[in-house]
Design a protein around this ligand. Structure first.
Ligand SMILES: Cc1cc2nc3c(=O)[nH]c(=O)nc-3n(C[C@H](O)[C@H](O)[C@H](O)COP(=O)(O)OP(=O)(O)OC[C@H]3O[C@@H](n4cnc5c(N)ncnc54)[C@H](O)[C@@H]3O)c2cc1C
Ligand code: SF4
Length: 316
């Protein structure tokens, strides 16, 4: 691991300034993703700004009837929160489908949103990878792509967003609240938070350098049946090949966001309108722009089948 210096941030504003003023600095929260990447020298910050002492670990009601989740709320605590379990069951289920108990005890809400791809070439510093080293090439195109994106990718990168929690956040229309290094506040709808790779796959999100996530806000509950179905190679402790997060209303309408298939949580509102017509129509509209590889073509069928299973489960 490359040597680094370390400081504990005294305030949100100081943390944002510290990272903005040093191109080699990074925030560290639970460290469950960043430290792994540092050990492999995929990420090589020379300075870490520890944000764990900043509070930001509360879950509070908003005046609009929603929920404000502090950036440092641990995944375990968020999944166990009584209001989350009652009104945002999709979020609790998605969290519990991710990682392991030990990891969830450390992993934070902000860090989870910002976890980096699990493309195998991103982790292998002997291989070209545009996301790790811009301009070096993409080893996955023409290489091993079984786990990678079928939609939303580019000629520069076909990696997926690997997380579970963000899929639920997308279906629930969460908003990410931040503080910028100049002290101004920003609110980013989750739909705009993760970027498509285009020709700059090194940027996963729209956050500016030093922009610090303070909380994530959920709008008022929308009722319905909350279902998260994750298809993976092992029954636990594995990332999604395909996951479907859905809120289905009694009349068969609803929301659906899909994970494991795109560089960001994949939700197409026009496709949702087809939910009452069934899984085939919905999946076809969701994946209208799909460009699968030979190795990951199976995901196109898997999305349809997983949405079908979710619709069946919702009907009881
Ligand atoms: C073996 C293993 C299996 C896993 N399986 C799954 C899985 O099945 N599903 C799943 O969803 N996840 C899985 N994960 C990923 C895990 O969920 C993430 O590592 C975790 O959520 C990251 O949170 P953290 O607080 O530890 O982030 P950190 O590692 O501390 O930080 C991650 C990134 O976020 C930045 N950051 C942190 N806080 C802030 C902030 N407030 N503002 C701005 N930037 C910030 C950091 O600078 C860093 O770039 C797995 C991880 C491991 C190691
Ligand atoms: S898909 Fe993206 S992360 Fe994977 S090798 Fe290509 S550029 Fe790197």
């Amino acid at each position: 691991m490359r040597a680094f210096t370390y400081e504990r941030a005294a305030s949100v504003e100081a943390a944002a300034k510290a990272v903005a003023s040093n191109t080699e600095a990074k925030f560290i929260a639970g460290g469950t993703n960043l430290l792994d990447l540092m050990k492999l020298q995929v990420e090589t910050p020379t300075h870490l700004v520890d944000v764990n002492g900043l509070g930001l670990d509360e879950i509070q009601s908003t005046p609009e009837g929603g929920l404000r989740i502090g950036a440092l709320v641990r995944n375990t605590d968020l999944a166990a929160n009584q209001v989350v379990r009652r009104d945002y069951g999709l979020l609790a289920r998605a969290l519990l489908a991710g990682a392991s108990g030990q990891l969830r005890n450390k992993a934070t809400t902000a860090g989870n949103l910002l976890q980096r791809t699990r493309c195998p070439y991103f982790y292998d510093t002997n291989q070209p990878c545009n996301k790790r080293q811009p301009g070096s090439g993409c080893s996955a195109i023409g290489g091993i792509s079984r786990q990678l994106a079928v939609v939303g990718a580019s000629d520069a990168c076909i990696a997926t967003h690997p997380g579970d929690m963000a899929i639920a956040m997308r279906a629930l229309d969460a908003v990410v609240e931040t503080v910028k290094p100049d002290g101004s506040r920003n609110a980013i709808p989750i739909a705009n938070f993760h970027r498509l790779p285009g020709d700059e796959p090194q940027f996963d999100t729209v956050l500016e350098r030093g922009e610090f996530i303070t909380s994530v806000v959920l709008p008022a509950p929308i009722g319905g049946k909350h279902i998260y179905r994750k298809v993976r190679d092992r029954a636990s402790y594995a990332f999604a090949l395909v996951s479907v997060g859905a809120v289905i209303q009694p009349d068969g309408t609803g929301r659906v966001a899909v994970g494991g298939i795109a560089p960001r949580p994949w939700r197409v509102e026009a496709a949702e309108a087809l939910l009452p017509k069934g899984a085939r129509a919905t999946a076809a509209a969701l994946l209208a722009d799909a460009r699968p590889t030979e190795q990951n073509r199976y995901k196109v069928d898997l999305v349809e089948r997983t949405i079908g299973a979710v619709i069946t489960e919702a009907r009881g």
